[in-house]
Design a protein around this ligand. Structure first.
Ligand code: COA
Length: 141
């Protein structure tokens, strides 16, 4: 929660946002502890409904641990979890929103197999536009 609040301070009050997500049964979080301490996390929401999509809600890595591969590991784990869920059910894509000025995040997602969706996806409380990116899980209907 502390790391999330700091990592996303420009976007809004993520202490409250993460807190609200993490109380939901259909939201899961994984924490990276490369040296036994909590250095990063990923959060996925499985909201279901007609869309059959999972939402990658947040990934963050402690600043001192960034650019050392932890974000990539968390992203790969998120995709693996979503892909396993897709094989067990009808999940068709893992999607996310990232701020339009977050070029490092967008690059990580793009090189991780996500592609950008054209459209209007709203804005963060901090004023940044939301960019939608998706990772297709099932290619067959
Ligand atoms: C985005 C974030 C999670 C990346 O974590 P990380 O541990 O630093 O990332 P990694 O070292 O695993 O690198 C993963 C990819 O991120 C990108 N990246 C990481 N550091 C970068 C840098 N200094 N400059 C440019 N791209 C960078 C690259 O695409 C990299 O993959 P590549 O080296 O194969 O090209 C981290 O910077 C962070 O916590 N940022 C604040 C929160 C945030 O923006 N989260 C994402 C939006 S939800």
């Amino acid at each position: 929660m502390e790391l999330g609040a700091r990592a996303f301070a420009d976007l809004g009050d993520y202490r409250d946002i993460l807190g609200a997500w993490l109380t939901q049964d259909n939201v899961s979080a994984w924490i990276a502890e490369p040296d036994g301490e909590r250095r990063g996390f990923t959060v996925i929401g499985f909201f279901g409904g007609d869309d059959n999509v999972a939402d990658l809600l947040a990934i963050a890595v402690e600043p001192a641990w960034q650019s050392r591969g932890l974000g990539r590991q968390l992203l790969d784990h998120s995709v693996a979890v979503a892909a396993a869920t897709a094989r067990a059910g009808r999940l068709r894509e893992l999607r996310l929103c990232v701020a339009d000025d977050n070029f490092i995040g967008q690059r990580m997602y793009r090189t991780g197999g996500f592609h950008r969706v054209v459209g209007e996806f709203g804005a963060y409380p901090g004023g940044q536009r939301a960019v939608r990116m998706v990772y297709p899980l099932l290619t067959q209907p």
